[in-house]
Write a protein that binds this ligand. Structure first.
Ligand code: CAA
Length: 379
């Protein structure tokens, strides 16, 4: 066991930290108020290689390990979780599955532009009546010759309007339950594919979350990922990696709120001295730092297991469960440390608190993570 980051990891951390300060911090409050997608910032993230970090360079990716990816995710999430979720979805929910299970043609057509960040991707599993209960897919794809005819609705899709390529999970054979679910690549602009309403959210307000409607969309058979019936397992495997990305995002939200609080506590005076000199604040900072460090170790462990080719489903669920709970605790305490200033937008921590909440919900709620963890304990 080695707790030292390599030179390469430190360089990624430095680059991501600098990018977050220079490019994400300016305007982050306005983007949150206006619920505006950070399009220019995501474009710059693409230029720096943040959108396909782990993809093989032969497919225009960065060829880096998962540890580099979580390190970058943490730094960006300290400042702007709306930008970092676009990155997380593109890397772990879209590029990863295409690289692992896509055909050479699919990689040529879709993975290359996605990994270089030329275009963005979205992952479409959730439906109005299939969130946690993901096997209850109503969206269906019926084969007709060389096409599937896709019909249905997807909900809460990250990168919903800014993506160009959508990985869509749909039922191809209702009689087979989850073994009758398949995965497809769908392009924006195809006939019958309509981007629905944008959600007005509590947090990650800059992220463009939409519902999507498919009415008789013709999807070529060559756009199916893997065999017919592989779609549910594909989604679950993809989410195992996705959850590491969201765990890193939660870690970053917590660490960002902690850093704002530490700095504020040294400046703000009460009862004749900086509030950092009061034990009430010192103990809060100590608890926050300890929880963040524990979350970071779980996130790094999940990333390293994935890089080593070990089973990481259980570790990624633990990392996401714990880091998202830490994000909620730490951001709430950060608002408390800031007092009245913490409750207004200017000081960032109220936004981080709102952003933290989604990490306990998307890519599997905390309750779903407990199902994944307990099933692996009892297997
Ligand atoms: N890793 C690998 N395989 C898994 C798995 C995991 N974590 N969880 C389940 N599976 C596999 C099972 O092994 C089983 O496969 P076989 O039939 O081949 O043996 C299959 O999936 C079905 O599993 P279960 O019988 O356990 O199914 P279930 O219905 O009882 O429970 C569940 C499955 C774990 C609850 C699953 O439905 C689940 O994870 N739900 C949450 C869905 C989710 O995370 N949604 C997030 C939406 S995406 C999103 O938020 C993206 C975004 O935009 C940010």
């Amino acid at each position: 066991m080695n707790f030292q980051l390599t030179e390469e990891h430190l360089a990624v951390q430095e680059a991501a930290r600098e990018f977050a300060q220079k490019e994400l911090l300016p305007g982050v409050i306005d983007r949150d108020i206006e619920a505006r997608f950070p399009a220019e910032q995501v474009q710059k993230m693409a230029e720096l290689g943040f959108l396909g970090m782990m993809v093989d360079p032969n497919y225009h990716g960065g060829g880096m390990d998962t540890l580099s990816y979580v390190i970058a995710m943490e730094e960006l999430s300290k400042i702007d979780a709306s930008a970092s979720v676009a990155m997380s979805v593109n890397n772990s929910l879209v590029c990863w599955g295409l690289e692992k299970y896509g055909t050479e043609q699919q990689k040529e057509n879709y993975l290359k532009p996605l990994a270089s960040g030329q275009i963005l991707g979205a992952f479409c599993l959730s439906e109005p009546e299939a969130g946690s209960d993901a096997t209850s897919q109503r969206t269906e794809a019926v084969r007709e010759g060389n096409f599937y005819i896709l019909n249905g609705t997807k909900n809460w899709i990250t990168n919903g309007s800014s993506a160009s390529v959508y990985l869509v999970i749909a039922q191809t054979d209702h009689s087979k339950g989850h073994k009758g679910i398949s995965a497809f690549i769908v392009e924006k602009g195809w006939d019958g594919f309509v981007i629905g309403k944008k959600e007005d959210k509590m947090g990650i307000r800059g992220s463009d979350t939409h519902s999507l409607m498919f009415t008789d969309v013709k999807v070529p058979v060559e756009n199916r990922i893997g065999e017919e019936g592989f779609g549910f397992n594909f989604a679950m495997e993809t989410l195992n990696g996705g959850r590491i990305g969201i765990a890193a995002q939660a870690l970053g939200i917590a660490a960002g709120a902690y850093e704002f609080s530490l700095a504020y506590s040294k400046e703000r005076k009460a009862f004749g001295k900086p509030i950092s000199q009061h034990q009430a604040i010192q103990f809060k900072l100590a608890d926050m730092a300890t929880q963040i460090e524990a979350a970071r170790l779980l996130v790094y462990k999940a990333a390293v297991l994935k890089d080593q080719g070990e089973d990481y489903a259980h570790a990624s669920a633990m990392a996401k469960l714990y880091a998202s709970e830490v994000a909620m605790n730490v951001t709430t305490e950060a608002v408390q440390i800031h007092g009245g200033y913490g409750y207004v937008r200017e000081y960032h921590v109220e936004r981080l608190m709102r952003d933290a909440k989604i990490t306990q919900i998307y890519e599997g709620t905390s309750e779903i993570q407990k199902i994944v963890i307990s099933r692996s304990l009892l297997r």
